[in-house]
Design a protein around this ligand. Structure first.
Ligand SMILES: Nc1ncnc2c1ncn2[C@@H]1O[C@H](COP(=O)(O)O)[C@@H](OP(=O)(O)O)[C@H]1O
Ligand SMILES: [Mg+2]
Ligand SMILES: [Mg+2]
Ligand SMILES: [Mg+2]
Length: 343
């Protein structure tokens, strides 16, 4: 790797490479079918894929950037004996390495960086996707019975959904400096790239402040207001904030990363404290590098320093441009904003 490139560029390039490897781990765990689901809290689950992908990312990055602070959702402390050598990725994406570093980021030192890692965003959709890979209806029913957190309503919607919701799953690596997300990687393990008759799985998108985005072409926003929100963590306050938007359509999809990528929606509204810093750091960096804005429901930016609280207590409001962000912010009633702020 070019040691002459500024550390932000090298770290972003390393993150692009390791995110693809983590995506392969996510697919491999699913193919094996042993998900190893652990309940962390209410509506909050972890699988073997979350744990292994996190070890792959954190070990790979911390070996190369020992002075950066790296924080992962799953808190899986690196243990030399458990990390398979194939999970250590030391190469770096060539396209990102060749980027011109913005002047404001050239002087950033490794110790100034905080990296927020969500090894698998959309765990609910991932575990539900596993059901759909069971072709035998009896096997599928038995697996459903071992997923006590999937309601009958969801089960029926899954049966209608063909491929489940695996496309909603992403791997997120967000890079912050001075509390601000400046670089982000969003990898989609189940994105299908059609090359002739061959299908290659996986796509990686990156964004760097003042430099732009790569790995995809941002679509122009839809003409009418289309909102995206949670599929699996709704509640009456979340619904109230959606009703006031006067939206032409509401798309309910999984994961924080996927909502901002999908290209079909222009605003993401989530009036709930459920998302954490690892859910929003990479998406905020990519969105803002593409001209969008992500704040809480009150319109304030979150801070991404290592000692900041992990929960995004006052919800998420994101839009593809400032105008739509202001529109959505003004529509949310003050009493709802106060209720979240005082929770
Ligand atoms: N009420 C809640 N409890 C736990 N996690 C929540 C939550 N609401 C949102 N989240 C987290 O925020 C991310 C996006 O949520 P959603 O898909 O509902 O929009 C998910 O990340 P993970 O899948 O990485 O855990 C999810 O777990
Ligand atoms: Mg989780
Ligand atoms: Mg997440
Ligand atoms: Mg996660």
């Amino acid at each position: 790797m070019s040691v002459s490139a500024p550390v932000i560029i090298r770290l972003l390039a390393s993150s692009v490479s390791v995110a693809s490897r983590a995506g392969k781990i996510v697919r491999d765990v699913m193919s094996k079918g042993e998900l190893g689901i652990v309940e962390k809290g209410k509506d909050d689950y972890q699988t073997e894929a979350d744990r292994s992908a996190e070890r792959c990312i954190i070990d790979s990055l911390s070996r190369q950037y020992p002075k950066a602070r790296i924080i992962g959702e799953e808190d899986s402390s690196p243990n030399e004996n458990e990390v398979s050598p194939e999970w250590i990725v030391l190469d770096a994406d060539k396209e990102v390495l060749g980027l011109e570093c913005p002047a404001s980021l050239k002087g950033v030192k490794e110790e100034d960086i905080v990296v927020w890692v969500d090894p698998l965003d959309g765990t609910s959709e991932y575990t539900q996707g596993a059901l759909m890979l069971k072709r035998d209806p009896w096997e599928r029913w038995k697996m459903y019975l071992s997923h006590p957190f999937i309601s009958m309503k969801w089960y029926l919607s899954l049966l209608q959904s063909n491929f489940g919701f695996l496309e909603h799953v992403t791997v997120l690596i967000g890079i912050s400096v001075n509390d601000k997300p400046v670089g982000g990687v969003i990898h989609q393990p189940y994105f299908k790239n059609q090359a002739g008759s061959e299908v290659k799985m996986g796509r990686t998108i990156w964004g760097l402040s003042e430099a732009g985005v790569g790995g995809f072409t941002p679509a122009p926003p839809p003409e009418s207001i289309i909102i995206t929100t949670t599929r699996s963590h709704s509640n009456p306050v979340v619904e109230k904030a959606l009703q006031v938007m006067n939206a032409a359509q509401i798309l309910r999809v999984g994961g924080a990363g996927y909502k901002l990528l999908e290209g079909k929606a222009s605003v993401y509204v989530f009036a709930s404290p459920g998302c954490k810093k690892w859910d929003t750091c990479a998406p905020e960096a990519v969105l803002s590098a593409a001209g969008g804005k992500l704040t809480d429901i009150l319109g304030n930016f979150y801070k991404y320093g290592a000692n900041e609280p992990k929960p995004n207590k006052t919800g998420v409001l994101a839009a593809v441009n400032d105008e739509l962000h202001s529109y959505a912010l003004n529509r949310i009633p003050q009493d709802l904003k106060d209720a979240l702020a005082n929770k």
